[in-house]
Design a protein around this ligand. Structure first.
Ligand SMILES: NC(=O)c1ccc[n+]([C@@H]2O[C@H](COP(=O)([O-])OP(=O)(O)OC[C@H]3O[C@@H](n4cnc5c(N)ncnc54)[C@H](OP(=O)(O)O)[C@@H]3O)[C@@H](O)[C@H]2O)c1
Length: 286
């Protein structure tokens, strides 16, 4: 089978598509025939070795959607899903939404769960929420979840993301490329950008999933690290099947993964990208 692996840490050129044996599941594990994984910018840090040493060669791919024992499954793994097959603990896999293609479901786990954990415990109906970085993979889910709970959503996005963010329900958009800023107060700020915000509106609470935010005196500020939660992932799938959330993703074949990493490092990606296994690529290409 094909697997996108790194044999050493470094720039995107260290990613290579290798021929490797199909893995064998151990106790409590299943073999997943991968439909797709997705690109998450945190995997750039994995590739570079910034998250610490790891066993090499390492197969990329945290998000997975595919089939196990003939049943559709999806989830978030510790890597390995940028391949035709991956072995996964059965307990980490849940049923994907049935209303969207399995390949698209691979866009959901890490980005959707991060948005869920930023928004659902912290945002209430009628509150004003400022989402900084709405054009990203997490931001798209965060805008929709904040609208789902009944918040007034103000989002930063550059022009390439305006139409999408409006379609997700954002009430106001601040174009961060123009130097425009928000001076009206908000209840909650959710920061989803890898660099600190250049400005902070008058705010009640700050939650960052990305770069640390230097909060004004007296403003509670926290940094969250996404925890895997199969119950929340199932809830996301149910909201999607109920038509409350949409999932948009551009799909690339596994052969493109190094190029996707290059584009990710260059800031040339908006929203989610799914990466299909080689088997599915052949099928997609007819
Ligand atoms: N804490 C955790 O556990 C955790 C988990 C997952 C991810 N993360 C981190 O969360 C961050 C977001 O992840 P992601 O997957 O959503 O990233 P992403 O998809 O790569 O986000 C890219 C988007 O960021 C937007 N952006 C770039 N610079 C911006 C700026 N100065 N102001 C506002 N928006 C800007 C762009 O929006 P436009 O298209 O509008 O230009 C772009 O589309 C990353 O730093 C990631 O490492 C943390």
């Amino acid at each position: 089978m094909k697997a996108a692996r790194i044999h050493r840490h470094g720039d995107p050129s260290v990613i290579q598509i290798d021929d490797v044996p199909i893995p064998v599941p151990g106790p409590g594990e299943v073999l997943v025939k991968v439909a797709a994984t997705s690109f998450n910018p945190t995997e750039i840090a994995v590739r570079r070795g910034i998250l610490g040493p790891m066993d090499l060669p390492y197969t990329l791919g945290w998000d997975v959607a595919g089939t196990a024992n003939g049943e559709p499954v999806f989830g978030w793994l510790d890597g390995g899903a940028a391949a035709d097959y991956v072995v996964a603990p059965r307990s980490r896999l849940v049923s994907p939404p049935s209303s969207i293609p399995l390949v698209t479901a691979a866009a959901i786990p890490l980005a959707g769960l991060t948005a869920w954990q930023a928004v659902i415990p912290n945002v209430a109906k009628g509150q004003r929420v400022f989402i900084n970085g709405a054009g990203g993979g997490i931001g798209g889910f965060a805008v929709q979840l904040a609208k789902y709970v009944g918040a007034h959503v103000i989002a930063t996005a550059s022009p390439r993301s305006h139409e999408t963010i409006r379609r997700y329900g954002a009430d106001e958009i601040v174009d961060y490329t123009t130097g425009a800023r928000l001076d009206d107060p908000v209840d909650v700020m959710i920061h989803l950008v890898g660099t600190p915000p250049p400005w902070i509106p008058p705010v009640g609470t700050i939650i960052s999933a990305a770069a640390p935010v230097a909060a004004p005196p007296g403003v509670p500020s926290s940094h969250m690290v996404t925890q895997y939660d199969t119950g929340q992932l199932t809830s996301l799938a149910q909201l999607i099947d109920a038509g409350e959330l949409v999932v948009d993703a551009v799909t690339h074949p596994l052969d493109d993964i190094a190029e996707v990493h290059r584009r990710g490092e260059a800031g040339d990606i908006r929203g989610k990208i799914t990466i299909t296994a080689a088997g599915d690529t052949l099928r997609l290409r007819g």
